[in-house]
Write a protein that binds this ligand. Structure first.
Ligand SMILES: [Zn+2]
Length: 198
């Protein structure tokens, strides 16, 4: 029987994406054996996560400052805005500086199945950003899933009549493909070949 402490930590880790109870227990035992070294570094990283990181009030990115480094960077093209589902997608696109403009994180995708409607996503703040002016192009970089594409079309409809070009990533993307898992070459190609949403 494992101690209560190990059970508690295992249960917490098992809730993380990609980890189940088995992997969580293995991770906990690995950490117990390395209390003096790896555990201390992990603790520091977790405390920094809690104390220093927050959501950017403008774009939804996670950073140590709000506005985040991307929103605050004057070298970024403020006239191009790339809309993504999650922060992980923003990071995927920005890892290799594929997109020169700024971002907007929706915080998910429309899903009738999961009961996620427009009010649950940062769509109203997106419309407000575009309505405030100064943006020429909105790139809808949703995942190539049914829900991602439904979300893209919904947003394109809401942007109709506003003086911006609305484009989406080219469909060289594998169906069901999540941006986060794509290599940079594929992402760069999808971005370069972006086209008006139809
Ligand atoms: Zn930001």
């Amino acid at each position: 029987m494992a101690s209560q402490e190990i059970e508690t930590l295992t249960a917490q880790l098992a809730r993380l994406p990609g980890l189940g109870p088995r992997s969580a227990r293995r991770a906990v035992l690995w950490l117990v054996k390395r209390r003096e070294t790896s555990l201390a570094a992990l603790l520091d990283a977790l405390v920094a996560l809690r104390d220093r990181l927050s959501e950017c009030a403008t774009c939804g990115n996670v950073d140590t400052a709000s506005p985040c480094a991307i929103c605050a960077d004057p070298r970024r093209d403020s006239r191009a805005l790339c809309v993504v589902e999650d922060v992980a997608d923003l990071w995927a696109l920005d890892r290799a500086r594929l997109f020169p403009g700024r971002y907007h994180v929706l915080g998910g995708r429309l899903s009738a199945l999961d009961g996620i409607g427009p009010g649950d996503l940062a769509i109203a703040p997106l419309l407000a950003r575009v309505a405030a002016g100064g943006i020429d192009e909105v790139v809808l970089a949703m995942n190539a899933t049914l829900e991602g594409q439904t979300t893209a079309h919904y947003i394109a409809e809401r942007l109709e009549g506003m003086p911006v070009r609305v484009t989406q990533l080219a469909h060289g993307l594998p169906v069901g493909g999540e941006l986060d898992y794509l290599d940079e070459g594929t992402l760069a190609q999808a971005l370069r070949a972006r086209r008006a949403i139809g």
